[in-house]
Every structure is written in structure tokens, then in C-alpha cells.
Design a protein around this ligand. Structure first.
Ligand code: PSU
Ligand code: MN
Length: 347
């Protein structure tokens, strides 16, 4: 068992005690490829609730300076709720866990430039290796890229807007987000508003099941019949495999995952606040239009998601952006509450 992952290395009669073991950041201070901020390092070592945040949403979702405003807003939501934010990204060829204010400005200001990459697991060796060799690229980390780096720093909770998924037509294009396999292989609790409704949600849920990913949706008092949410809309037409009532239950599930030494991830879906939810039917035709345009423009692969999101923004005249902000704020608040409960369990 690597040092940074508490859990049982052998069968114990007192699993709960073992589960209280200190999390240790396994990243040495002098690692040239990844730098963990002092604040985050200290918070991990002292068992404070740390919440990871991704940066593709800033480099490939929002223009500057809207993106930096959102970035600092999300960090303050973490702090207000009693947590320590750890914004993850790649700056000047070095992976970062816990970007400082000036560093966030530098990264977000580079949004849209050709040397600012969208970084999932596969891209880490490229950006950090070239950084080592002297070519200093920037990049926003996706859910998968953020999970990899946050996990190295022993962070357990990560809040974001939407998860990638199986793209429509994915059964022949094989465009399946690396976010899904990452959840299958890396123990991280991800709080998101499900995945975007232009993805194939039934297949995404099937894929997550195959990967052994626990998917639970916050039901907030509604009974068992709750949809896995579809980002801008609460209703996807696909029922969530599991539901939970509150952050305390989510924290207990993370605690159990550790206690059972299960190394896969957990996905907690938090439906967009009802007042911001765009009707499923309305969203359906907007998405159909955006997907047609994406096909026409030939944006495939990692360019597909940013293109479709930008088209949806244009078609909805910005309404999709208002909804996007509302849901990510709600997820960050909720994720922080989960992290606080988890840190209490571990004391
Ligand atoms: N949500 C947004 N904008 C984004 C993304 C999510 O509102 O740009 C990003 C996330 O970082 C997610 C990624 O991990 O899109 C998935 O991209 P792909 O489909 O290429 O795997
Ligand atoms: Mn893809």
C-alpha cells in the first residue's frame, strides 16, 4: 500500500482504527514534474478537508477574465464551507496541486492559446516531460487529469461541473471519455452534476458499472425514483443506480471504500439547483443543433466537448453558462461538506 493511501494492508480486527491512518502526500518537495502547494501539503498532513478543483473548465470552457473570476469564486466557496481548495492544472510545464492566486491568473489568461492544452491522463507525460526538457506548456486538467494529480497528493474529494462520458455514436466512434476509466482505477470521490445531456447517458452508466464505479445521486428528500442528472437539466430519463440523502452518507461511503481497500473511484451526482434547470425537451433540440454543427465542422476527439459547449452557449445566448456556474457552485459547496464529514470520521 503506497504511503499516501491509508487503508488496511493486512486483514485487521480493527478496521476502523486502521482507517484512521494519516494520509501522506507521496509527492516529494523536489519532484520536478509536480508541485504541491505548501498550504495543500500542510492541510493533507494535518487531515484537514481538502477539495480538488479542475481547470479545463477555465482553459477550455470560459474566456478570460470570466474564468479567473469563477476560479477564485469556487475557491472561496470551499473556504466558506470549511475546506482548503486545491486547484489543479499544469503551469509552465509543471503539474500543480494548489495553484496560488497569481498562478491562477497566469493559467486562466492563457486560455484559448495553442500552447494551452486540455490535459487528461494521457497528456501528463507530454506536458510535464516537455516542461522538464525546457518547453513550458500550460494546460487545464480534465476530470481524469485532475484525479491523477490530486490522488498523488492524497486528496480524496474533487468537485467539478460535469463528467465526461460516452459520446453519442460512441459505440462506433469509440469516443469514451478517459474520465470513466479513471474513475475505474483511481480512488477519488468526484462530485458532479452527472454528465452533459449531449452524451449518451445510458451507455455512460453501463460503462461506469463495468468499471466498478459506484454512482450515487443526492436525492434530497425525493424518493428512490431519481434520475442520474444531465448537467443543465435534472432529468435525463435514466434512473440513478443509487441514491443518497446527504453529505454525511457520501462521506461514510468514502470511508467504507478506504476501509475495504477498494481502489476505484466514487461518483456523487448532484442535480443542478431546480431554479436553474433547463427543461429536458428544450435542451434536446439545442443539443441536436450543436451536435450537427460539430459534425459539420469536423471537431472530433478532445476538441469535441469544447466545441459543443461553445455552440450551446451561442444558441442559448448565455443561459447555459448561467446554469453551468450555478451547478458548479452547488457541487463545490456540497463536495466541501462531504470532505468536512470525511475529515471528522478520520479524526
Ligand atoms: N464541463 C464543462 N466544460 C468542460 C468540461 C466539463 O462545463 O470543458 C471538461 C471536463 O474537464 C471533462 C472534460 O473532464 O470536459 C471531458 O472531455 P472529453 O469528453 O474530451 O473526455
Ligand atoms: Mn473524447
Amino acid at each position: 500500500v503506497p504511503r499516501c493511501h491509508p487503508g488496511i494492508s493486512s486483514v485487521s480486527t480493527n478496521v476502523v482504527f486502521q482507517n484512521r491512518g494519516h494520509a501522506r502526500c507521496s509527492v516529494p518537495q523536489e519532484n520536478p514534474f509536480i508541485k504541491v502547494s505548501e498550504e495543500v501539503r500542510e492541510a493533507i498532513e494535518t487531515q484537514k478537508p481538502v477539495v480538488a478543483l479542475e481547470t479545463t473548465i477555465y482553459t477550455h470552457g470560459f474566456p478570460y477574465p470570466e474564468n479567473v473570476a469563477l476560479a477564485s469564486h469556487l475557491e472561496s466557496i470551499v473556504r466558506v464551507n470549511g475546506g482548503i481548495p486545491a486547484t489543479v492544472g499544469v503551469l509552465n510545464g509543471v503539474a500543480r496541486v494548489g495553484l496560488q492566486a497569481e498562478e491562477l491568473i497566469e493559467l486562466t489568461a492563457s486560455a484559448g492559446k495553442p500552447d494551452t492544452k486540455k490535459i487528461s491522463r494521457r497528456d501528463l507525460a507530454f506536458t510535464c516531460g516537455l516542461g522538464f526538457a525546457g518547453r513550458r506548456l500550460n494546460g487545464g486538467t480534465t476530470v481524469s487529469g485532475t484525479m491523477v494529480l490530486a490522488h498523488l497528493a492524497a486528496i480524496k474529494v474533487f468537485a467539478t461541473g460535469g463528467l465526461g462520458g460516452v459520446h453519442s455514436g460512441g459505440e462506433s466512434s469509440m469516443d469514451i471519455s478517459a474520465d470513466l476509466t479513471e474513475l475505474g482505477r483511481t480512488r477519488m470521490a468526484v462530485v458532479s452534476s452527472g454528465c452533459k445531456s449531449f452524451l449518451d447517458i445510458p451507455r455512460t452508466l453501463e460503462y461506469l458499472e463495468t468499471q466498478g464505479v459506484c454512482v450515487a445521486t443526492f436525492a434530497d428528500g425525493r424518493d428512490g425514483n431519481v434520475d442520474f442528472p444531465a448537467f443543465w437539466t435534472r432529468d435525463s430519463g435514466s434512473r440513478s443506480p443509487l441514491t443518497i440523502e446527504n453529505e454525511k452518507e457520501a462521506a461514510a461511503m468514502i470511508y467504507a471504500q478506504q476501509g475495504l481497500s477498494l481502489t476505484s473511484g466514487l461518483l456523487f451526482a448532484n442535480p443542478i439547483p431546480a431554479e436553474y434547470s433547463i427543461a429536458k425537451k428544450e435542451m434536446g433540440s439545442i443539443i441536436a443543433q450543436a451536435l450537427r454543427d460539430a459534425r459539420k465542422s469536423g471537431s472530433v476527439g478532445s476538441e469535441n466537448t469544447p466545441f459543443v459547449l461553445e455552440r450551446i452557449r451561442e444558441i442559448t445566448k448565455g443561459e447555459s453558462i448561467t446554469a453551468n456556474k450555478a451547478l458548479v457552485e452547488a457541487n463545490v459547496a456540497r463536495g466541501t461538506k462531504v470532505a468536512v464529514h470525511l475529515s471528522n470520521l478520520e479524526q
